[in-house]
Write a protein that binds this ligand. Structure first.
Ligand code: CA
Length: 338
């Protein structure tokens, strides 16, 4: 083979290999935001910056003119009271979700409610787009930190909307599922605890727990495997969710992990498999996602790093586990006895 031809063939093979690698490495991550860009709390262009820098499709936040939103979204290089590096990959910045329904201005109390609510969110996808913004069998993962320090004394109502997707238009009349956080969660029987900490849960109108304590709880899916583990104040917590609505029966699994801890599976609901549980679903994904939307009554300051939606668990970023850290701490030096 002439030398020039063999060089050409090698180049072609290298290029083909690169594209194959790129396809297999990146195609299955639907969306990722590491929040490594500046969006100010007082910046009126905040909403457009999240769109241009973070890849979100629409944003509602107080400083960009959404006066009834009762909340701020911005990015920050520091969290009051927190010392140490952020848990995300090479992270120098995180998202701040500042919910001010209790003390914000322009927060009307809806009729019949005991307090005001936020209407603040980052949105992915569009109401007329394909239903692949969240795949029908998808994984969602993010770090979250709830602050309880200084002026940021976060507390939570029982349940707040945190991931509010829709296969159609809002308000979502054809809701498949809604993922929530809050001091009460969806645990049945209920579990008491500090309102500084949050349980996680999912609601779906077509989910049916036939052993629920009453009809109001049949479609609410709390932490059925573990209620000792939750999103605790001042603790970076990695949340991993698997939600599969690709078949006739739905599946929901959830795990929590602290920076130095191991994964704890807190929820598992598999329609037709989990005892006393069915979840009839219309196969398909979701056109839109809004995060967080409605945080009820109480003020809170939550921080987020590395938000990812992926098609498979293997596509999610992984972080060091405390159990694999066997390096002993350095011996103290310069000690003296007085
Ligand atoms: Ca980051």
């Amino acid at each position: 083979m002439p030398k020039i031809l063999s060089k050409f063939l090698i180049k072609v093979l290298i290029l083909a290999g690169f594209f194959l690698f790129a396809e297999s490495s990146f195609a299955a991550v639907i969306f990722r935001d590491n929040f490594e860009y500046a969006v100010g709390r007082e910046d009126s262009s905040a909403a457009s910056l999240f769109v241009s820098q973070g890849g979100w499709s629409y944003v509602k936040t107080y400083q960009s003119g959404a006066t009834g939103s009762c909340g701020y979204l911005y990015t920050t290089p520091s969290v009051p009271g927190y010392i140490g590096s952020f848990p995300g990959a090479s992270s120098a910045r995180v998202l701040a979700v500042e919910a001010r329904p209790a003390s914000g201005t322009g927060c009307p109390v809806p009729p019949g409610f005991p307090g005001a609510q936020t209407d603040v969110y980052l949105q992915l996808g569009s109401e007329v787009g394909p239903d692949t913004t969240i795949p029908e069998n998808g994984w969602i993962q993010f770090w979250v930190y709830s602050n309880y320090y200084g002026n940021e004394l976060s507390t939570y109502a029982s349940r707040n909307k945190f991931l509010y997707p829709c296969p159609g238009t809002y308000p979502c009349t054809n809701l498949k599922w809604l993922w929530m956080t809050g001091s009460g969660g969806c645990n049945d029987p209920s579990v008491s605890g500090s309102n500084r900490d949050q349980f996680i849960c999912i609601e779906s109108p077509t989910a049916n727990r036939s052993n629920a304590s009453d009809d109001a709880w049949r479609w609410r899916l709390g932490q059925n495997l573990n209620t000792d583990t939750k999103i605790r104040a001042n603790t970076w917590t990695l949340v991993k969710l698997h939600i599969d609505t690709s078949g006739s029966q739905g599946r929901y699994e959830a795990w929590l992990k602290t920076v130095s801890g191991s994964w704890v599976k807190v929820s598992e609901y598999i329609g037709g498999v989990t005892p006393s549980f069915t979840w009839s679903v219309t196969p398909g994904g979701q056109r839109l996602l809004r995060m967080p939307t409605v945080i009820n009554y109480n003020d809170s300051w939550q921080y987020m790093d590395d938000f990812v939606i992926a098609q498979t668990e293997a596509d999610l970023p992984t972080y060091g586990s405390g159990s694999s850290d066997t390096t002993p701490p350095a011996a103290p030096t310069g000690l003296s006895v007085n």
